[in-house]
Design a protein around this ligand. Structure first.
Ligand code: SF4
Length: 244
């Protein structure tokens, strides 16, 4: 079963941090006794060229993060108490007319936010964990022709190592660092490129110069508010919405 290009919002905690992501596609194999979903992400390429290994590494990380979110949510109870607290939400708040009508169309008898969250938890409980394989697809923007499609294995150890490294920055344990050489493609999207010593060829330092950084790379965004530092190098595939 395939649901092409229907973004499926995933929300969950990774190492104590709330993370939001949108899974492009979930494929459910029909010919397996116990079908487990295959998570798929499709990247659109402006030029009909293949991505670099560094870009693919970022995409692999993104998909592994989605798998982690999916598997955690279907395996455990969604931490609804933390969710309300972190996002400052009142579980008893009444749904707006639009949301109420939408939930009714889905067959849900939900009146409050808590009703919706409970439906979400019950639904997740019935879902199987995802496959250990993940699929990345690259399409040419002009005609949507397939440039590359490849399946790779989830690597839980590598993923955890990467997450912990990023969280060290987010939690203030380490300073931001410049991008590595093979990641310098990110600089073309960076609003600090004109003052950065890497791109401007000067010695000027950007550390501590930013109060708010909003980056957009393709359909990816990351928001960080911290007066002490900026992060232009942590993986941009996650929208980080709250620090605990
Ligand atoms: S601050 Fe921006 S321009 Fe400088 S190395 Fe990082 S991404 Fe590149």
């Amino acid at each position: 079963m395939k649901f092409p290009h229907q973004g499926i919002l995933k929300l969950g905690m990774v190492e104590g941090e709330w993370v939001v992501g949108v899974i492009d596609e979930i494929r459910m194999p029909l010919n397996e006794a116990v079908p487990r979903p295959l998570l798929v992400d499709t990247k659109t390429r402006y030029k009909a060229t293949l991505p670099t290994e560094a870009q693919m590494r970022n995409s692999r990380f993104q998909l592994m993060c989605y798998k982690y979110l999916w598997d955690c949510i279907v395996a455990d109870n969604f931490p609804s108490g933390d969710f309300y607290k972190c996002f400052d939400l009142d579980p008893q708040s009444t749904l707006s007319e639009d949301v109420g009508e939408y939930s009714a169309r889905l067959g849900l008898r939900a009146k409050t936010l808590e009703d919706v969250v409970n439906y979400f938890i019950d639904t997740c409980y019935l879902l199987p964990s995802s496959q250990e394989k993940l699929m990345l697809r690259y399409e040419y923007q002009r005609d949507h022709s397939l440039l590359k499609e490849y399946v790779f294995d989830h690597d839980a150890n590598w993923f955890k190592g990467q997450i912990l490294k990023f969280l060290e920055f987010w939690s203030g344990v380490r300073e931001a660092s410049f991008v590595s050489k093979d990641e310098q493609w990110k600089c073309q999207f960076c609003k600090y490129a004109s003052i950065c010593s890497v791109t401007a060829g000067s010695d000027c330092s950007y550390r501590g110069s930013s109060t708010l950084l909003i980056r957009h790379i393709s359909n990816i965004s990351q928001i960080k508010r911290d007066p002490r530092r900026m992060d232009s190098h942590a993986n941009p595939n996650i929208l980080k919405v709250c620090e605990k």
